[in-house]
Write a protein that binds this ligand. Structure first.
Ligand code: ADP
Length: 924
């Protein structure tokens, strides 16, 4: 630390230096006037990345690099730093110190402190937040591994891990306990933007998580909480309502510890901002259909494997929601479908209701479209943010919600009148909308809406925005001139031109502030009304004073002005055209004079001017008080507002599924407690769309897995449609348990607990593992975890090794699935030998696709599955399609000929064909 007499940097730089040390690993943005600035090495490092010019400020300790941007561009630069560059950003804001007594003359005094650290997982209301996705921050708490792990697996699948994750932009807070083996799937499903781990995490878990997040571009943060976890009741101060008494026993130790660290971290990042999150909701494993990581990715549920973008994914293909929060709910449901029969049937019932009544659906959608993203707006208020516009949006969303409630209520009343005989016969039939209706709680919110409507002056607000836009434009215009300016304290070191332009900007701002329109209606409170009357009277006095002065001085151009620099002055646009002697008798004090103007002080005007300014300040204060009361009312209604919004989200999803079902002619699946699958006329939801875009049609296929056939072994040529068939049945199952209609003519599905697939996603090559290793890791996970309620699809297990090894591994997997897991399985393979080896397994059936060839050698794929085994892979046809040179094809043909002549009994023919790697790309 430098002593008193040692040279120091100027105040702002000195402060920045300290903050950079305190918030190491953060990029520091310091607010100085209308700018945010970076200093020292950070200016040099990030200036170019942000396309900012780096300048140098001369100090006694040498030149200091600096770069900056206008304050209103903060969001844009945060996006680049946080979202694109994955950096933590500390924001140091500027506060005006009470100027009344401290500063007699000269500039204003500022205090600066870091108010927030922004990280990818702690975004609140930044404009670059993706409205269609949650922005989750996930905390992991591994518990000590269980001793005697008989599996002998070093990864210890029995080890339990507590998860807690939250979205600060909506207040959603969830927890779950999982086994170590389910970690990759959980991370992929939750898709957090940032993950926090205990600082003392074991290296193997950290590496595993790193591997997953490294690929997904998520950020990993180690955090050691500052306090010890005692009980969940400590969380209550951070929640909208306290955690109830039983919660402590309902949540696992891991979940609680993970939650504790999560909240500690968030508080740290938000520098003590009040939180008011929703109380944690526990996701119990048995309530959701778990989808393993490779299915989530390989089945392209949320994004496509090719580009990681949404287009082409299941989510994209089925999304018909009209609100942002509805679309977030849809995403969540697709990645965690339900495993509760009751829940699924309730959801389906709702879809049917909307499908039956087009009018009802259309009226609902009309209302939904007019609501705003209530979940995120409400959360802003919960975090003590939120402005007049937000509260207006909230009010109109409440109006739409009331209208929706009335609409649904009328429908329910109507239909219960119509089915009046039901109650006579004693059957208590409940309308599907009934339960949702009961969840609406609109009394408090309606009152809030009325208060907002009677308080806020929308017209005034609009004008205010216009002025703000003008102001932003003028700051922007100034920006390239003074981007490298320094703090007000250091003004003297600035070039003169910059100083004056800066001053005029301040001046302008002050003038705007004084003429800024009011945003509250005068009638918003008795006090406000009185204050406005007072102001009107004072303004009338001002007009009268000006008039009498003009008359007495014979100066028609006289104006009474109030300026931030000079105070209350009288101004005459003439150097001579007034009565000089009269002016003297009024004891006027000259301020300035030019060739053509005169300015002077006059006690009467100074007194009156002060009273006018005071009256305006009083109004401003009263407006603030009224707004604070409205904000308080929002906070009091937080729970209700969120609950109503969640009902609207569910309605959005249900009506969206109805729209989809109608448009695509999908059917309602019959989901039951059995363990069978009966899908007639099934289609692939996204491939079908893709083909239709090219004018090709999709061939539907049946799947019947029952007491007679539990495993289907599928063979057929490359490009025959094996993969598509496997995937479409997994997707239909997922859609059904999400609560959607499905692409089939009939579908009966026994409830599935877990879906697994081994289908080889495109990311295999990115990972530092051979294709075969990935295959085996995924296969191992399936064989260890699948239960008799699970649904497994396996595509070409063993293709990553020699035909002999592949056949052996394929057979072993099939054997395990058949005899140990006993789950519904679709197994596609090129190893026809497997069909012979499993010939006497009663519950295994063989199906195949085919190729149709005419005598001229042209051929077509038969995508319809039929019973039997196809021993020909027709690989050379595909190779020809892909454009392999004719000479190479000739050689391949003769090799094939040779092998089949030599055909040994144990090793059957087809397995030698290796798929040309470019096939699917070239032929697709
Ligand atoms: P395989 O796994 O047998 O090599 P795929 O399932 O990858 O074959 O299918 C290859 C292509 O065939 C798909 O991209 C699609 O264009 C087409 N296809 C697959 N199934 C069907 C079907 N049922 N109807 C029409 N075209 C299909």
């Amino acid at each position: 630390m430098p002593g008193d007499d040692e040279p120091q940097y100027p105040t702002v730089l000195q402060g920045a230096k300290q903050n950079m040390a305190k918030f190491d690993n953060c990029v520091l943005l310091t607010r100085v006037g209308n700018f945010y600035e970076l200093y020292f090495e950070q200016a040099e490092e990030y200036g170019p990345l942000l396309s900012l010019k780096v300048g140098y400020k001369q100090t006694k300790l040498g030149p200091v690099p600096m770069a900056g941007f206008p304050f209103f561009q903060l969001d844009r630069f945060l996006k680049t730093l946080v979202q694109d560059l994955n950096r933590y950003v500390a924001i140091c804001d500027e506060f005006l110190i009470n100027v009344s007594s401290k500063v007699k003359s000269g500039g204003l005094k500022h205090d600066r402190r870091v108010t927030r650290v922004v990280t990818p997982g702690t975004l609140i209301d930044e404009k670059f937040l993706d409205p269609y996705e949650n922005n989750f921050l996930l905390s992991l708490q591994p518990l000590p591994p269980v001793a005697n792990d008989s599996s002998g697996d070093v990864r210890g699948p029995e080890q339990s891990i507590g998860l807690a994750w939250l979205d600060l932009s909506t207040g959603d807070f969830l927890t779950q306990s999982i086994n170590r083996g389910a970690l990759p799937s959980a991370i992929t499903r939750i898709a957090p933007r940032e993950i926090i781990l205990p600082a003392d995490i074991s290296a193997d878990i950290k590496n595993e998580v790193q591997e997953i997040v490294g690929y997904d571009h998520r950020l990993l943060t180690l955090h050691q909480e500052t306090s010890h976890f005692v009980s969940m009741s400590e969380w209550s101060t951070m929640l909208e309502s306290p955690v109830d008494q039983d919660a402590d026993s309902a949540f696992s130790t891991g979940e609680k510890q993970a939650g504790h660290r999560l909240l500690d971290y968030v508080q740290h990042r938000l520098q003590g901002l009040e939180l008011r999150l929703q109380p944690p909701r526990q996701r119990e494993l048995h309530q959701i259909l778990s989808i393993d990581r490779s299915s989530l990715r390989g089945l392209e549920i949320l994004e496509t494997a090719r580009d990681g973008l949404g287009r082409g994914s299941l989510f994209h293909a089925v999304k018909r929601t009209v609100t942002k929060s509805g679309s977030r709910l849809l995403r969540d449901r697709l990645s965690s479908p339900s495993a509760s029969l009751e829940e699924i049937n309730d959801r389906l019932e709702l879809v049917s209701t909307f499908l039956e009544s087009e009018d009802l659906k259309d009226s609902l959608i009309f209302r939904l479209r007019r609501t705003y993203d209530v979940q995120r707006i409400v959360q802003k208020f919960a975090l003590n943010k939120g402005d007049a516009d937000d509260i207006l949006s909230l009010a109109s969303a409440i109006t739409e919600t009331v209208a929706t409630r009335d609409l649904l209520r009328a429908v329910v009343t109507l239909s219960s009148n119509a089915s009046g005989h039901n109650s006579e016969s004693g059957t208590s039939w409940e309308h599907p909308l009934e339960r949702l209706l009961q969840r609406f709680d609109l009394e408090g919110p309606s009152h809030l809406r009325d208060r907002v409507a009677s308080a806020i002056d929308e017209e005034g607000l609009l004008q205010k925005h216009r002025l703000e836009e003008d102001e932003a434009a003028s700051v922007a215009a100034l920006a390239h001139e003074v981007v490298l300016q320094s703090a007000p304290e250091d003004l003297q070191s600035l070039p003169k031109a910059v100083r004056s332009s800066r001053k005029s900007d301040d001046q302008k701002k002050d003038e705007i502030e004084l003429t800024e329109p009011w945003i509250m209606r005068r009638e918003a409170s008795d006090t406000l009304l009185r204050l406005h009357e007072e102001l009107s009277n004072l303004e009338a006095e001002k007009v009268a004073l000006a008039e009498s002065l003009r008359r007495d001085l014979k100066a028609p151009t006289l104006m009474l002005k109030s300026t931030p620099g000079l105070g209350y002055i009288c101004h005459i646009r003439s150097a001579t055209g007034f009565k000089k002697d009269k002016l003297e008798s009024l004891h006027a004090k000259m301020v300035s004079s030019s060739k053509s103007t005169r300015s002077f002080y006059l006690t009467d005007w100074t007194r009156l001017g002060r009273r006018i300014d005071q009256a305006m300040l009083n109004i401003r204060d009263e407006e603030k008080r009224i707004f604070a009361a409205l904000r308080e009312l929002v906070i009091q209604n937080l729970v209700k507002l969120r609950r109503n919004a969640s009902v609207m989200d569910e309605l959005d999803v249900a009506s969206a599924f109805a729209t989809l079902a109608k448009e695509q002619s999908w059917v309602r699946p019959l989901v039951n407690n059995g363990t069978e699958h009966r899908i007639i006329g099934g289609r692939h939801p996204t491939v079908k769309l893709g083909l239709e875009e090219q004018g090709r049609s999709f061939v539907s296929n049946n799947l019947v897995l029952d007491q007679n056939e539990r495993v289907w072994l599928v063979t057929g040529p490359n490009m025959g449609g094996k993969s598509t068939f496997l995937r479409q049945n997994a997707l239909i199952t997922i859609l059904a348990q999400t609560g959607s209609y499905v692409p089939a003519t009939y579908a009966e599905i026994g409830l599935v607990d877990q879906i697994f697939s081994r289908i080889g996603a495109a990311d295999d090559l990115f990972r530092d593992q051979s294709t075969f290793m990935v295959e085996m890791l995924e296969t191992a996970a399936i064989l260890k975890q699948a239960t008799s309620r699970s649904f497994v699809i396996m595509d070409e297990v063993g293709r990553g090794t020699t035909p002999e090894d592949g056949t052996a591994v394929g057979y072993a997997s099939l054997h395990h699935l058949y005899y140990t897991n006993r789950c519904r399985t679709l197994f596609a393979t090129h190893f026809h030998a497997l069909a012979d080896m499993t010939r006497d397994w009663p519950l295994l059936a063989c199906y195949c696709t085919d190729v149709l060839e005419d005598e001229r050698g042209s051929f077509a794929f038969v995508h319809r599955l039929k019973k039997g085994i196809n021993r020909q892979s027709h690989a050379l046809k595909v190779a020809k399609l892909a454009g392999l040179p004719p000479t190479a094809l000739k050689v391949a043909e003769s090799v094939l000929q040779h092998i089949s002549e030599k055909k040994s009994a144990s090793l059957t023919q087809g397995s030698a064909e290796a798929r040309p790697p470019s096939m699917s790309a070239a032929a697709g």
